[in-house]
Design a protein around this ligand. Sequence first.
Ligand code: ZN
Length: 194
Amino acid sequence: MSTVVELPASLEWEVCYGELIFDPDGPSIEVGAEVRLSGIAKRMQEELVFDLFELIESFHNPGLYHPMNCICGFPDHARINKPAHVQHPCSETIVWEVEAQAWSGVLDNERLGSVALLKWVFEREGYRRAINAMQSELVSHCKHLRPDVYRRYCARKQYNDDVPRIDTLTVEHLQPVTDNDTLERLYQLPEAKN
Ligand SMILES: [Zn+2]
């Protein structure tokens, strides 16, 4: 295998709620930005979320990152076995280069099964705008949970009437839950500039 494939890409996501937590202090829920990215298998959509903090870092500095992750914060759980090599080849482009084999658990293998190296190629300004929009949207949802998004989550999980009412829920974590402070870190980010 020696094929290198470049996929023009843009950061697209859908804010979703997940992982209801039943605590003696009251129920809580997690919030995340599910990945909608060309080349990712559809079946992974409910498990993969963007890591906003990694995206922000990767905008500023090339390096090794986990720009998307399992909702629980362990990439190998989603069978992402190596980080993405984020490159800034010119002032207008950001590239994520991954070894397809190490990412085969999440890739659309029907389309990319014979690929060795996959490069997602983003336009830098679009990447910046997407990160800012994602930050604003996540903050907004974490501060005010929305009934339509909560209903979709309950329907997906086939939860019925005995789910907690949305006005009793607090947000416990921002996904991926890489540590216990993801929500605090979201709120501490400098205000998004659009
Ligand atoms: Zn997981």
